[in-house]
Write a protein that binds this ligand. Structure first.
Ligand code: HEC
Length: 200
């Protein structure tokens, strides 16, 4: 895809996600549980350029990984001296926190689709270089196949959107079940762009 087209589609996604967030806010206000999956929005050419200071690694460590942990841990077993008990989201605050996590991942997906972002700080390595591509190698793969990358970022968003719907319906069982699909969305991208295939 041409760079300009990618930029434009980034803007479209950005605007549609804004609209989605606004929709979700007004839904919350009226108490209606409904998350819009709509992705079309008019293009606004007067928008300023995106800021891409944060690296892909930053996006993983802020908008994606801790937020996914919050969702994965929403229904869990805790073991202590009194035995084990299942923890589930119960209070309004529990559900609001989960909602923030799902929204952060959806926006993390948009961030991943904005072109021009570095993978990691210049000269950075990776924890297990034998098994993981170095940031420069990731960057080369991304440059050679931005379309699949965008598809994986979309996949991440779509699993977070499903979870957002479960959160809005306050359905803890469904939320817990959807955790597996979220994990698949992470691993689909990692197995192509991050894990060395020479050393599976
Ligand atoms: C569109 C592709 C893509 C998706 C989707 C994705 N990741 Fe990543 N992730 C990457 C890439 C590329 C790296 C390697 C970047 C680097 O060198 O740190 C990475 C690195 C990471 C790291 C290591 C960060 C560090 O400090 O080294 C964590 C943790 C992580 N991802 C978690 C997740 C989780 C959890 C999900 C799903 C909820 C996810 N990722 C979804 C592409 C993706």
């Amino acid at each position: 895809m041409h760079k300009t087209d990618m930029h434009k589609s980034g803007i479209i996604l950005f605007i549609s996600s804004l609209l989605m967030t606004l929709n979700a806010c007004s839904d919350a206000g009226t108490g209606q549980a409904q998350s819009s999956q709509s992705t079309s929005a008019p293009v606004d050419n007067t928008m300023p350029a995106f800021n891409t200071t944060a690296t892909i690694r930053d996006v993983m460590n802020t908008l994606v990984d801790p937020q996914a942990d919050a969702l994965w841990n929403s229904v869990r077993f805790e073991v202590d001296e009194n035995g084990s008990r299942e923890m589930r989201p119960e209070t309004d605050e529990d559900w609001m926190a989960l909602r923030r996590a799902a929204v952060a991942i959806i926006e993390g997906g948009n961030s991943l689709m904005i072109p021009g972002r570095r993978v990691a700080p210049p000269g950075a390595s990776t924890e297990f270089p034998e098994y993981e591509y170095l940031p420069d190698e990731v960057a080369a793969k991304l440059a050679s196949d931005p379309v699949s990358w965008g598809g994986f970022a979309r996949g991440l968003q779509s699993s977070a959107l499903d979870m957002l719907q479960a959160i809005e319906a306050r359905d803890a069982d469904l939320l817990s079940e959807l955790g597996a699909a979220l994990d698949t969305a992470c691993e689909d991208c990692h197995s192509l762009y991050w894990y060395r295939t020479e050393n599976p």
